[in-house]
Design a protein around this ligand. Structure first.
Ligand code: PLP
Length: 444
């Protein structure tokens, strides 16, 4: 195994990884197999995948149904293009299925290979939509601070976490970030958005883009009325609303899509991750009927946008089978039920431990914040590494979670597979309690 780790250091440049840490310490985990909510490493040690890996393995690991769906499709037609009006059955069937599941008049799907491509696509499509209507100056994208939309050209710039654009110099022009509703009120956040719309000039804005719940920013759940007010404000200014449902889609929050929690329908919706539970790379953009109507009437000639793998037959076949299992096994309902218990568990932990501040969850998407003084909402200083220490303690106890240390906050994020049972949840909660207690004893 040593040999593999050495090869990894030499030849495998890892995404979202400290290159120095990889070189000095080697890989933290060499995963060999997965089954249900568990991952197993090369030493045979089992871990609870409390993040569904990257918020995406909704139906759990090791599902042979998806392997069989992929194999069946590959034997019949592994790949064929969707360019130039060519088409195939799994692509058509999945587009129809997603249109049926999507709220309101979201009815037509453009496929990509993941979330970043989906957000770049949504941004290009909405700019094209304005251009063909004689308003090419409507190019600006207003997004939110702490939002995460991916790492392709436009999605990096739409991301409201500066480290993502600063690593390669600077962001693209025409991207603006308003304040989030996190640790604020709907009124203040809407006012910030209104000020951005006014300052930039609504006639130059192509769209507003936001996640229903900001995931990578630290699972930031907005106040109940926030998106209803966003919808009203966008309508007032005639600005389309693009919802990034890459994390929140396909049941994660206890409804099929995140915005359904508040009865809000966007004009475009991007998805990825849970659509295949990560078994194949796939994403897409769902557009509303009025937007499709404009494209049908005014987009002349070729649409100069398309990925080789847009509508990949094997990926779409796997997506269809995955959604079939999500529905058949009632996983959206399970996310709601077990998610409510997860939040109760977080609250019990908060009552027992001094360093737990705000806890929150919607469905199986949740977070625990660590604070030095909950009464004063005072954060630990960065050097203490409170969050990373808890992640390490969890790792020792066989639970994989993800920490967010934006500015001085220490947030432990949770997004377990939607198949999680109550007994499995209790096991996680116990280990979370022990891990935070251990760090509390080290720090206080
Ligand atoms: N949008 C959101 C909300 C995400 O969380 C992510 C990835 O974590 C992306 C977009 C980017 O997706 P991908 O990594 O598949 O390109």
């Amino acid at each position: 195994m040593e040999h593999l780790i050495e090869l990894d250091k030499k030849h495998f440049l890892h995404p979202s990884t400290s290159i120095q840490q990889q070189q000095e310490q080697g890989s933290k985990l060499l995963v060999e197999s997965g089954e249900g909510i568990y991952l197993k490493d090369n030493q045979g040690k089992s871990y609870i995948d409390a993040m569904s890996s990257l918020w995406n393995v909704h139906i759990g690991h090791g599902r042979t149904e998806l392997a069989e769906a992929a194999a069946e499709q590959m034997k019949k037609l592994a790949f064929s293009s969707a360019f130039s009006t060519f088409t195939h059955e799994p692509g058509i069937r999945l587009a129809e299925k997603i249109a049926k599941l999507s709220p309101g008049n979201l009815n037509t799907v453009f496929f990509t290979s993941g979330g970043s491509e989906s957000n770049d696509t949504a941004i290009k499509l909405i700019r094209h939509y304005w251009k063909i209507q004689g308003q090419p100056e409507r190019r600006k994208i207003v997004a939110l601070k702490r939002g995460y939309h991916g790492v392709a050209a436009a999605s990096t710039s739409a991301t409201g976490i500066p480290e993502f654009w600063e690593m390669a110099g600077h962001m693209m022009t025409d991207f603006i970030h308003a304040n989030t509703s996190y640790q604020s009120t709907t009124e203040a956040a809407i006012q910030s958005l209104r000020e951005k719309f006014e300052a930039e000039g609504p006639e130059t804005i192509a769209a507003f883009m936001a996640e229903p719940i900001q995931g990578a920013g630290g699972v930031l759940i907005p106040p109940k009325d926030y998106f209803q007010e966003v919808r009203k404000l966008c309508d007032e200014y005639g600005i389309p609303f693009i919802a990034d449902e890459v994390i929140t889609g396909f049941g994660r929050t206890g409804t099929m899509f995140g915005l359904e929690n508040w009865g809000v329908v966007p004009d475009m919706m991007t998805f990825a991750k849970g659509v295949t539970s990560g078994y194949m790379p796939l994403g897409g953009v769902v557009i509303s009927e009025p937007i499709h109507e404009v494209l049908k009437q005014k987009s002349e000639g070729t649409l100069f946008h398309g990925f080789t793998y847009s509508g990949h037959p094997t990926a779409t076949a796997v997506g269809l089978k995955n959604i079939e299992l999500i529905e058949k096994e009632g996983l959206v309902e399970n996310a709601k039920k077990i998610g409510a218990k997860m939040l109760e568990g977080f609250n019990r932990i908060k009552e027992k431990l001094e360093i737990v501040g705000e806890v929150r969850a919607m469905g199986l998407l949740g977070a625990i914040e660590l604070v030095k003084d909950p009464a004063a909402n005072e954060n630990f200083s960065k050097e203490l590494n409170a969050g990373p220490k808890v992640i390490e303690e969890l790792h020792k106890r066989g639970v994989i979670c993800r920490g967010v240390t934006y500015e001085n906050s220490n947030i432990i994020c949770f997004a377990p597979p939607l198949i999680m049972t109550e007994a499995q949840l209790d096991d996680v909660l116990e280990k979370v309690y022990e891990s935070i207690l251990s760090v509390q004893q080290q720090l206080m």
